[in-house]
Design a binder for this molecule. Structure first.
Ligand code: UGA
Length: 359
């Protein structure tokens, strides 16, 4: 029987992880989040103890210490992770991703408890290719992201886009510092655009603000509004199905020898890469297939500047190509789900949940 603490068990990733670990059987979970909506079907399970609370440094020391002493591993998944907020609310972004969170590292280090932290591929920032203007990406060394080699390349501090990436970077550095000085056992995960049911929210239906690209495009399809391509939609992303990502998080827990004291990229290198323009076109096609409404194939797409869409201080990551050889060799992990299948499953969930009215 394994005992784990999951901080952020009610979020997108946390809800999928909680469900998976409960389904796998032999586990006891202490789950913390500000909302339990995404895991409501599991609240009656005696193996899950849910605590509805925001975690800051004070609650970490007062409420989490006895729990941390009692568990085998801590998953830390809670984060503010939508780029619109990095630009509009950089204080909240830095606060939630570092200031309110770093006490967890102190506490895990004190009790030598294994901390499995979900960081972000955004710590790499932009590619070196984009800075040397090698736009054709002809040198893999200038854009492939390797956990223990690639430099982290961010824009100036005046661009608040990087508030999140730098907070996450400092969190990683603080974990590594505690490992070196105090023997903290750690695993750092860098997710590459994990997509799936229950991601983010649909503005006006179950949340307010600007979510990430999947939910933005879905909202446009559901509301019969144009899909908006920021700065022409030329940025690339590597999209990874949430169940494949959860395979990796589960494998880490099951294989401590392979996963401890390592950083892992978790992304669908094989066939998940797409530009935002291609993503919009693909989502239109799949919307037509799912709903049986061929008019979706011609759903309007319009271009918008990043200044207008996000406000001042936005800067994009041009491309994210993960080297995943470490996850393959140390965990035996491989993404299995194609981009098309990922989108089909995810979009079916959104159309099922929110309906699709005729245009
Ligand atoms: C975000 C987070 O910052 C990362 O930490 C996280 O790892 C990542 O999401 C993730 O989902 O894993 P990003 O990919 O830039 O990073 O966020 P999105 O909002 O999903 O944007 C992706 C791209 O789509 C960007 O180029 C953005 O400008 C564009 N976009 C977004 C559009 O073209 N239209 C929209 O309506 C929204």
């Amino acid at each position: 029987m394994k005992k784990v603490l999951i901080l952020g068990c009610g979020g997108f990733v946390g809800s999928h992880l909680t469900e998976r670990l409960l389904a796998a059987g032999d586990v006891e979970i202490e789950g913390w989040d500000i909302s339990s909506e995404k895991i409501s079907q599991h609240l009656g399970d005696p193996r899950l103890r849910f605590h509805e609370s925001y975690i800051d440094a004070e609650t970490t020391w007062t409420e989490l210490e006895p729990i941390i002493q009692d568990v085998d591993a801590v998953y830390s998944l809670a984060a503010v992770c939508t780029p619109a907020q990095y630009v509009s609310s950089p204080v909240k972004t830095i606060q939630s991703n570092f200031i309110d969170a770093y006490a967890l590292i102190d506490l895990c280090a004190k009790h030598r408890k294994w901390l499995i932290h979900t960081s972000t591929c955004e710590v790499y920032g932009r590619t070196l290719s984009s800075y040397v203007k090698a736009d054709d990406y002809d040198d893999l060394d200038l854009y492939e992201q390797r956990e223990d080699e690639t430099p982290l390349v961010m824009g100036p501090t005046s661009n608040n886009r990087w508030s999140y990436a730098t907070a996450k970077q400092l969190f990683e550095r603080y974990m590594l510092a505690h490992h070196q000085e105090n023997g903290l056992p750690y695993t750092i995960v860098r997710p590459y655009n994990w997509f799936g049911p229950k991601m983010d929210f649909i503005p006006g239906r179950d949340g307010e603000g600007v979510p990430r690209v999947l939910a933005c495009f879905m909202t446009a399809l559901l509301d019969h509004q144009p899909m908006q391509l920021v700065d022409g939609g030329d940025a690339w992303r590597t999209i990874t199905y949430i169940d494949d990502a959860i395979d990796a998080l589960q494998a880490m827990l099951e294989q401590p020898k392979g996963s401890q004291n390592q950083i892992f990229n978790v992304g669908n290198r094989k066939d998940g890469e797409v530009t935002m323009k291609e993503l919009a076109h693909l989502m239109r096609e799949i919307a037509a297939e799912i709903t049986g409404r061929p008019e979706y194939k011609d759903h309007p797409i319009e271009e918008v500047s990043s200044g207008k869409f996000y406000g001042e201080g936005y800067e994009d990551c041009d491309r994210r190509v993960p080297d995943i050889s470490k996850a393959q060799s140390r965990l035996g992990w491989e993404p299995k789900t194609s981009l098309r299948e990922t989108l089909r499953i995810t979009m079916e969930h959104y159309f099922g949940k929110y309906g699709s009215s005729a245009a």
